[in-house]
Ligand binder design. Structure first.
Ligand SMILES: Cc1cc2nc3c(=O)[nH]c(=O)nc-3n(C[C@H](O)[C@H](O)[C@H](O)COP(=O)(O)OP(=O)(O)OC[C@H]3O[C@@H](n4cnc5c(N)ncnc54)[C@H](O)[C@@H]3O)c2cc1C
Length: 466
């Protein structure tokens, strides 16, 4: 009896011991992946930013001799081209974002860190984080861009931009809140103001926001209110240049304007904004538009991290990279995507779009791979060449304009092309075909959960985000 008990106790002790050893091994194994150890011969590649550029790099670069640390200040990869859908109640936040960890969960060679990169010690080859630092052999900077107010940062308070999920949820809440207030407002001028949405900037984001808000008010919210008529909401799109979507040929710009006007959007081209105050947009000619909802879609600049590199930047803060995408004077550091100014043969800058960022991510991956593989006798680095696959912008849920090479499309055909490309894109990034059905359901049903107010505009309190 005592013998059996002693044996049981011994067995229990041994299993605890084995478990502890196993745990210790796991911890050591994890540590060895994240902190460079003496004798660790692996090249350490630090990637900053898990957007289109950084994530594409990570997905394409894999070598036995290298390990990657991917740092991002958010925990998700964001499909920015569909942000306007979240802002306009078409999709929920999870429809367009996915945890970075889950995207890369099968890659043992990649450590994901949720942290904010604050600067660099380039001489020591270190990336500075909020409270620690990372040594690197190669550094890939892909921190993207941010909304720019052309020297008027004070406008941000009254005219939010669209760059992150938080921005999209705030805009959505703000507009929904304004309609809720209008339903309970007796004063007609205040009521009209609450039901006016002004979008500043006639680029793709401005056009998509204006078109989607028109559709939301005309065909979705119209059934939900009793005292106000959401179909009477005034939506104004303001563009400083002579035409909207100026990167497209003039006939496509004109078609986009016609399609927006058919949805009830007032398009005002060659109209500059002089000032923006709380609930007011003052135009250069002196006219004042009273609007409860003012959105800024007019400018982007690179994230301020570029300034910490001490190299030449353009007016938008983008790093003027070498033709191979390396940072001048630092062959082991690369800047890609919206952070980089890359000039094509004809001197035009590569556009700040996701395919460009992805192509840059792949290009840098190949360079680093060659450099590690042929370290004894390095081969010449290839020059980055952008492959322009076309450009498009949607106007509501059944119209768009698109240019692919010499071909131009508009209306339903362009929209179907847009839908097809975005679905392929989304599935590719999430590695799951089930996403297709989930996304298609959300998109076509204008699901009600996307009409929940998640931020209280009065005190900017974050509520439960969906
Ligand atoms: C509203 C909107 C609509 C768009 N529509 C289209 C479209 O229809 N088609 C198209 O091709 N392109 C579109 N774009 C542009 C496209 O999204 C960008 O060109 C693309 O995302 C650039 O990729 P990137 O990797 O350079 O940066 P991003 O994708 O912006 O990723 C940057 C990452 O870096 C992280 N980061 C930034 N600073 C730090 C820091 N200091 N520390 C740690 N992490 C940091 C961010 O959290 C982010 O995850 C749109 C952009 C916006 C904002």
């Amino acid at each position: 009896m005592t013998m059996t008990m002693t044996m049981r106790r011994m067995r229990r002790k041994t299993s605890w011991k084995t478990m502890r050893i196993h745990k210790l091994r796991c911890i050591l194994c994890r540590l060895s992946q994240s902190i460079p150890m003496e004798g660790d011969k692996k090249f350490h590649v630090v990637v900053v930013g898990a957007g289109f550029g950084g994530l594409t790099f990570c997905k394409n670069f894999q070598m036995d001799d290298a390990r990657i640390t991917l740092v991002d200040r958010t925990n998700h990869h964001l499909f920015q081209p569909l942000l306007y859908q979240v802002a306009t109640c078409g999709l929920s936040a999870p429809d367009i974002a996915q945890p970075i960890r889950s995207i890369l969960s099968e890659r043992e060679d990649i450590t994901v860190l949720l942290d904010n990169v604050t600067g660099f010690d380039l001489a020591q080859k270190k990336v500075l984080l909020d409270k620690s630092s990372l040594d690197f052999d190669f550094l890939v900077l892909a921190t993207g861009g941010q909304t720019s107010y052309f020297g008027h940062p004070e406008w941000e308070r009254f005219a939010p931009g669209l760059k992150s999920l938080t921005d999209a949820l705030r805009i959505r809440s703000h507009v929904l809140f304004a309609f809720e207030k209008a339903e309970n407002e007796a004063d007609t001028s205040e009521h009209d103001k609450l039901m006016t949405i002004v979008v500043v900037g006639g680029g793709p984001t401005g056009v998509e926001l204006a078109g989607s808000f028109a559709e939301l008010t005309r065909s979705v919210l119209s059934h939900d209110f009793r005292r106000i008529d959401p179909t009477q909401a005034r939506i104004v799109l303001i563009e400083g240049g002579p035409r909207i979507l100026s990167h497209l040929p003039p006939d496509l710009s004109a078609s986009a304007q016609r399609q927006l006007e058919a949805l009830g959007v007032q398009v005002r081209t060659a109209t500059s904004v002089k000032n923006i105050r709380d609930g007011e947009v003052e135009l250069a000619g002196g006219e004042i538009i009273h609007a409860g909802n003012i959105l800024w879609a007019a400018g982007v600049s690179a994230t301020p991290l570029s300034k910490k590199l001490g190299v030449e930047l353009d007016r938008a803060g983008r790093v003027k990279v070498n033709p191979d995408l390396s940072v001048p004077g630092h062959p082991e550091i690369f800047a890609i995507g919206d952070l980089a100014l890359v000039l094509e043969k004809d001197g035009k800058p590569v556009p700040g779009v996701s395919p460009a960022a992805m192509q840059m991510g792949k290009h840098v991956g190949k360079i680093i791979e060659n450099e590690i593989r042929f370290k004894a006798k390095p081969i010449a680095r290839p020059v980055f060449k952008y492959w322009d696959k076309g450009t498009m912008a949607t106007i509501g849920r059944s119209a768009a304009v698109a240019q692919v090479g010499r071909f131009e499309f508009s209306g339903l055909l362009a929209w179907l092309a847009w839908l097809f490309i975005h679905l392929i894109f989304l599935v590719g990034f999430r590695n799951r075909t089930s996403v297709l059905f989930q996304w298609a359901y959300s998109y076509f049903s204008y699901k009600r959960s996307a009409r929940i107010i998640t931020h209280q505009p009065a005190d900017e309190t974050d509520m439960d985000a969906t």
